[in-house]
Design a protein around this ligand. Structure first.
Ligand SMILES: [Zn+2]
Length: 314
């Protein structure tokens, strides 16, 4: 498969088309059957030799589904980032490394600086991460100073808190990418007006916030017994709410590979999620499924790519 732009028509050829048609119905097929050029980047993948799966299995999924680039997000508890660094060397331009450091250590900011020198593009922090010593925001400020981005894990209650809003405000030049739809799920939002989700998504008022859009399996209820479309309808309106709040230039799809394989699977997490945006403009879909990642992580370019990601900037 060429590493150049793929059209959605290419994407939907063969088994991909069959899966998508079965899963989403013919209306969507007709719509995306129109040629659309797009470059897909996955904002949330985990690889290692000690937990989850090695990079080769991720590459298999990416190649099967015409996903050109991915952010390698260090998994919780792991602060040895060598495996991810090697992935960048082995597959130039294909990945960016989002590292973890032991933030309980006073020298964590220095460790992060060294990792940045060796090519890390971002650091994964939790919403509640605070540094020891005089400045509880030391690690956040260091990331800002180094020009890194932060992939931020947390629960909806944490993201909705005043403390987190104050943190976001304190580091205005640090891109803070909220993971997993801000922890918003159907089951922690029983109220039809979704007050908790609204509070999380109101973080969009800070221009340095971004949000990851997961597969539907992360926040929808699975249909049992099985049906062609695997989730109970109506699905909660969270993607639409995020679109309204953040806009496509601050949204990024992320598969959460390989845990996604225990939910709806990699391909379904891409295609069923994309289908939710079928009524949106082509440029918006391009941004959500690749452009936003490419604009924030310009090292994601392979030789031969002729990509001007600046057009995806918010
Ligand atoms: Zn994950």
């Amino acid at each position: 498969m060429s590493e150049k732009l793929v059209s959605r028509r290419d994407l939907l050829k063969g088994t991909v088309a069959a899966t998508a048609a079965m899963a989403t119905g013919c209306a969507w097929m007709g719509k995306v059957g129109k040629a659309r050029s797009m470059l897909i980047a996955d904002s949330h993948c985990h690889v290692s030799s000690t937990w989850y799966e090695p990079v080769e299995t991720l590459l298999f999924q990416m190649d099967q589904n015409d996903v050109q680039h991915a952010l390698l997000i260090q998994y919780m508890g792991q602060v040895d980032n060598d495996y991810q660094a090697r992935c960048l060397e082995r597959f130039p331009g294909r990945f960016a490394s989002i590292v973890m450091v032991d933030t309980t250590q006073p020298d964590a900011p220095d460790t992060l600086a060294k990792l940045a020198e060796r090519g890390a593009a971002g650091v994964r922090l939790s919403a509640g991460t605070r540094s020891p010593g005089e400045d509880p925001l030391a690690i956040w400020r260091k990331a800002e100073e180094l020009g890194l981005a932060t992939s931020c894990a947390g629960g909806a209650d944490q993201f909705a808190s005043d403390e987190f809003a104050a943190l976001v405000e304190a580091v205005p030049d640090l891109p803070i990418i909220i993971e997993h739809l801000g922890g918003v799920k159907h089951r922690n939002n029983p109220d039809p007006l979704y007050p908790l989700a609204q509070k999380v998504f109101a973080l969009a008022r800070y221009p340095n916030t971004y949000i990851k859009i997961p597969g539907l399996g992360e926040f929808c209820v699975r249909n049992m017994p099985v049906t062609d479309f695997p989730f109970a309808k109506p699905i909660p309106p969270f993607l639409e709410m995020v679109y309204e709040a953040f806009g496509p230039a601050r949204m990024m799809w992320g598969s959460d590979y390989p845990p996604v394989s225990g939910r709806e699977g990699y391909r379904n997490s891409l295609l069923l999620t994309m289908a939710q945006f079928e009524d949106k403009p082509e440029t918006a879909v391009e941004q959500i499924f690749g452009g936003t990642v490419l604009a924030l992580f310009p090292t994601l370019q392979r030789s031969g790519d002729d990509l001007d990601a600046t057009r995806f900037k918010p």
